[in-house]
Design a protein around this ligand. Sequence first.
Ligand code: NAP
Length: 289
Amino acid sequence: MEPTLNISGHTKMVCLIGSPVEHSMSPAMHNAAFAKLGVDYCYLAFDVQPEQLETAIKGLRELGFAGANVTMPCKTHVLQYLDELTPAAELMGAVNTIEVKGDKLIGHNTDGAGFMRNLDNHGVDYKGKKITINGAGGAGSAIFTQAALDGVTAIDVFNIKDDFFDSTAERVKVLSEKTGVPVTLYDLADREQLRKSVSESAVFINATRVGMPPLEDECTLDEDMLHDGLAVADTVYEPRETKLIKMAKAHGLITCPGVGMLLCQAALGEEIWTGQAMPIDYIEEKFYK
Ligand code: NAP
């Protein structure tokens, strides 16, 4: 029989805050994990716009929530309403997980840490090595910031040369100064630099939307840039195996599909709220197989 929640007056509450949230898998996923673990927690989703955020965060405190996840468009706006930030959340300027600890609200960012844990789970050796990442959006920024904190020696970041390119270059420069890890931004159209960066790297990461519909037949890396010893990771989890992951797999390389990052960042949230390890295999089987 499927484990179920037994909601009572003792049940601790966790929620998702952002907009839109109706499509989110988080409530189903976390409630299934709470039931499987037999912990007395319940997870709901609330549609909150940035202008409602201050009141919503006050509500977490007043109603005695155990914590929350924060999604778009609230991930950056929420910082001003929290009491403390982890070093990663502070460097990223974005929070996706709130811990309620006594009377304090602590902001975490588990996106980058979830990604790095997924690399660890696949036996990827990145410490003391260079990495290359395509995409400097929300996911990409979280990943390269956490990687800089977790022992890589250099990071080459590629992005389309759009209106935000110069401000991204400035952010990357500040990250380099604060962490002492050289992080360099390049134009994604500079294929020769991409080839050079990947040839010097132990890990290549796709953190663009390329690979998910309608771009499922595309890939931001050329096949002849792959080399022995390169681990290849994707942030895209729908489809489960992107063109990039299939291509790297065919070359016998270690591959880390995006679903692992998704599960690991959720697991880190559950550890923060409940102190227990999420049953990852059970959740993957139930929702992502
Ligand atoms: P985002 O902030 O909108 O960033 C998207 C990135 O993709 C930007 O760098 C963007 O470049 C780039 N991009 C978009 N279209 C492109 C194209 N045709 N060619 C090259 N680059 C392109 O989104 P995000 O939140 O970072 O999400 C990025 C991907 O990560 C999505 O597929 C998302 O599903 C996935 N993701 C996965 C997890 C997980 O847990 N596995 C978590 C978060 C996100 P511009 O700067 O020019 O817009």
